[in-house]
Design a protein around this ligand. Structure first.
Ligand code: TXA
Ligand code: MG
Length: 326
């Protein structure tokens, strides 16, 4: 895989590959995306093959600017323009009724399409130079942790020959996937929490955003109970439960907590995470990936607060957790 620098020649090379129907991973402010020409069905097919992703899981279309939304969606509600005005470019995805000619390969056969204008300067330059939309899921194998650096993308697809290049844009500033709001029906619905404050969105819309339970509505990887998972078993629990585990269990546990250990942790490992949700989100995936590569017996994550600010983090941790056998 080619590692491209985020300079004019790197962007030019990426555009050349995309025009040939190839896959190029690129940075966004949320996570790295695996990009393909959104107007080329064959190129889109390559995304599903490279990720090992089921064909009925829709892709987000990344646009160079908000006004190009008209080419992809029909009956665009006023609410969409209002949110786009405030949050684009940025970490918000809008699900709208699709325009007639949008490919079923992108929408997974649904009548809606997910759209977003990313804010990362390298994503912006790429989209401007390419001059058209890019379909891009997160640049990881299906079910795995999203990449937040170019090195993570290399990790994911090193032995995969369908991803030809990755543009290096450094570490993604948000670190968690975009907030997804579905505006295709009467009441707005939150399909995936992200780092945008939902009360601010509700204020802007002048109405409540519904929160469908996981499992309702269309199949979507972000809505599967288990997703974003490391291979090392992961559990989320209280500080007290973690302390008890450490005294009983054999070595090989790593704890991700927001403070220093209160007692001797013996041969276990301890990682201190930030107390602030933005800083925590920025580091989370990189830490999980690093810890996974230590091949330990278990990752124990101290349960963050159950508040709105931590909702996206709690949502990803729940899905990263190893399902409990009933
Ligand atoms: O931050 C992000 O959104 C990143 C960056 C690369 O933009 N992309 C990303 O893509 O997370 P992906 O494919 O890993 O997750 C996109 C989510 C999936 O849960 C997908 O099912 C949902 O968006 N989605 C896309 N189009 C949809 C639609 N028409 N209806 C419902 N859900 C949709
Ligand atoms: Mg993903």
């Amino acid at each position: 895989m080619e590692l491209l620098q985020p300079d004019p020649s790197g962007i030019q090379r990426a555009v050349e590959l995309l025009r040939r129907g190839e896959l190029v991973a690129f940075p966004t402010e949320t996570v790295y995306g695996l990009g393909a020409n959104a107007n080329d069905d064959q190129a889109i097919g390559r995304i599903f093959a490279a990720k090992g992703r089921p064909a009925n899981h829709p892709l987000i279309v990344h646009l160079p600017a908000a006004d190009t939304m008209r080419a992809w969606a029909r009956a665009i509600p006023d609410a969409a323009w209002r949110l786009a005005d405030v949050y684009w470019p940025g970490p918000l995805t809008l699900v709208l009724n699709k325009a007639a000619d949008v490919s079923n390969r992108i929408t997974g056969g649904q009548d809606t399409v997910g759209l977003r204008v990313p804010a990362h300067p390298v994503a912006q330059q790429l989209l401007q130079t390419f001059g058209a939309a890019l379909a891009a899921p997160s640049a990881n194998r299906f079910g795995r942790i999203s990449p937040t650096t170019a090195a993570h993308v290399l990790d994911e697809f090193a032995v995969e020959n369908r991803v030809l290049a990755v543009l290096d844009g450094g570490a993604c500033s948000v670190g968690l996937e975009s907030t997804i709001i579905d505006l295709s029906d009467k009441q707005p619905r939150l399909l995936r929490p992200g780092m945008i404050d939902l009360t601010e969105i509700e204020q802007l819309l002048g109405e409540k955003v519904a929160r469908p339970a996981i499992g309702d509505g269309p199949a979507a990887p972000g809505r599967l109970p288990s997703h974003y998972a490391p291979t090392t078993p992961l559990a989320v629990m209280s500080g007290d439960a973690i302390a008890a585990m450490l005294t009983q269990a054999r070595p090989g546990i790593v704890v991700l907590a927001r403070q220093a250990p209160v007692a001797d942790i013996g041969a276990h490992h301890w990682v201190i995470m930030p107390n602030d949700p933005e800083a925590y989100a920025f580091r989370l995936y990189a830490e999980l990936r690093r810890l996974d590569q230590m091949h330990l017996n278990q990752i124990l994550v101290e349960q963050p607060l159950q508040s709105l600010e931590w909702e996206a983090i709690n949502n990803r941790l729940e899905r990263a957790a190893t399902p409990v056998q009933h």
